[in-house]
Structures are given as structure tokens and as C-alpha cells.
Design a protein around this ligand. Sequence first.
Ligand code: ZN
Length: 362
Amino acid sequence: MKTVLLSFALIFITGTLIFGQSFRMQRPVKNNIQVNGSYLYGEPHISNPGNAHKGADILVKWDTVYAYGNATVHTVAYNPNDTVGGYEPNGGGNYIVLRSTWEGRQIYVYYMHLKLPLVTSGSAVTAGQPVAISGNTGFSTGAHLHFEIREGSPSSGTSRSRRNPELWFAMPGMGAIYGKVPGASSSTRVDIYPDPKPRPPYTTYGYSLTYNFNDPGIGIDPVYNENYAIGDVKPGTYTISALNGAYRRTVTVAAGQVVNADASTDAEDDILLKTADYLMAGNYPNPFNPETTIEFRLAEAANVRIDVYSSEGTHISTLVNGFINAGKHKAVFNGNGLASGTYFYRISAGDKVISGKMLLLK
Ligand SMILES: [Zn+2]
């Protein structure tokens, strides 16, 4: 078994930030009010799976909502119930529609379930101006704002016109992630680790779903070409996975940025990181044959030792044993001459220890 130790600068990790884009709208609610992550954009309706959720629900209860930008009031109207046919939008209750352009594209933004609109049709509004008091009118089971973006046409029947609002604005200091899981069917679960949400999970899920393309109302963003998105994400580095790990990305998000998880195609960022304080590690590929690379990051210089064991606990080899500087490092494990099966690596750095499972498949 041979051992190779490589090392390079930590600055590489921050290089992924250049892929980030900015949010496009001001938030339509006060800064501390979060999007309800329990009913996602594109998620099938619980009793009518062909009908997907076409906006973001924001947990603003009988409170002021604001213009997302400079706009014209296109509609102020009332739709009482979830009636089939004849109403637009079905069950929106008191609703308003603001119209504006974004980079030359016409957008129509629906604020639904309002207690009280504060604007009149045809008037101009400026960014941040109060436009309504939120409420629970129409087909709604609790006070909230249903915020829906339609591109190109205000009509509910226009195919693929909706956009995911979670990629258009965020809470202060938060970012967002999007990506495309190739070959995913509707509502494929996309996991993100660690939990990215800024507040306790009563309003949020720690995962996302690919959009429900069975509903022709659900659209994707022509700039992002995504099929999933995760909004209101705390700055940090996350692992995203779907399809039992066939799709796996590591992505770093900064405040105010909308980041493409798929832009980081470098294999060494494509690993599951396990975190124990200042020591992080993971290996790729996994399963492997015959070589796998164990990557680890140190926040501080330390005496580092990396050992590999069989599943029975037999010591196989020592890959690293010495003083190593802070930063990102790699050690290669070669399984030539070993049987297929599970092996474990154990990294100790100062008083921190981390371990991981590696599968040798011949
Ligand atoms: Zn809604």
C-alpha cells in the first residue's frame, strides 16, 4: 500500500463564490419573517397531487406587506373560494397583482389571502411601500402571504410561467442554492446538510423537492435552469444529495448570493464532509477501486495521524503521521491486495478525532 500526501491552499474553497448571483427583489415582508418551508414551490397539493404549489408562503400574520420593487398595480380583486373555473386566481381571497420588468422580462407578482389591500388598480408603487395587510381570506388555512411570480403573462393558464420566489429574495444575511438533479422525476427529495435554515425548524424543512413538472403551471428560471432550490440559507458550506447519493454536490454560500450547486464540478469538492469542530474530512470516490482520496481540512496546525482499519478492526496502514499546517490536505489510500469490503479511516488532529467509512468494490 502506497501513501501520497498532497497539500494546497485553503483559498481554493472561496473560489466557488464567483458563481453566485444576486437576489432580484426586496423582501415583501419585515426582515424577521420567514418563508414557510413546509409547503415548497412546486410541491404537490396534499389532496390534489396534479396541482402543485405555485408560489412561496410567507408566515406574515395580519401585518404589513410591501412592494418588492418599483411597480404598477395591475389588479386589485377578490376571489372567494377554491372554485373550479371562472375565477382567477382560484381561492386567492383578497389579492393584488403588481407588474414590473426585470432585465427586460415582464413579471406579474401576486399577493394573495390579504386582509386588506392598501393600493388601487393602475397606481404606481415604489419599492418598500406598504401595499396591503396580510390575512387569511380565500382558500387558506391560516394567516399568511402567498407570494407568486409569473413571467410573461398574468394569466394562471400560461404554461411554465411561474418562478420560484425563494431565488428572488432572502432574509438579511442569507443566501440561496439552486441546482438540477439530472433525470429526477417530480418531487424527488433533495437533502442538504447541515441544516441551512436560520431559525428553528417549525417553519422549515431541512430538505427540498424537485419541482412538480406534472403541473404545467410550474416553471423554471431561464437564467438558472434549476429543478430544485433552497432559499433562506445561512452562509456556509453544505453537502447536497439526491437519488441515494447519485447526485451529490458541495457548495459554499455567502450572504446575499444565489449559488449554483452544479457550478462546482471539481471532484474534490464533490464529497461528503463530516465536521467535528475544526476538523473536516471525507473521501472520494466512494465506493472505490483500488484508490480513494481522503480529504481533510484543519483550522489550525496540528499533529495529524490517519489510520485505516478493516471492518473487523484490524489495522491496515498508517497514511499520515506528523505535524501538518492548517488548510486543506489529501491522503490517498490504495486497496491493492485487499478484499472487497468496508474499511474505516480514522483521523486524529490534536485532540480531535474523526472517522469515516470507505467501501472497496472490486
Ligand atoms: Zn401558497
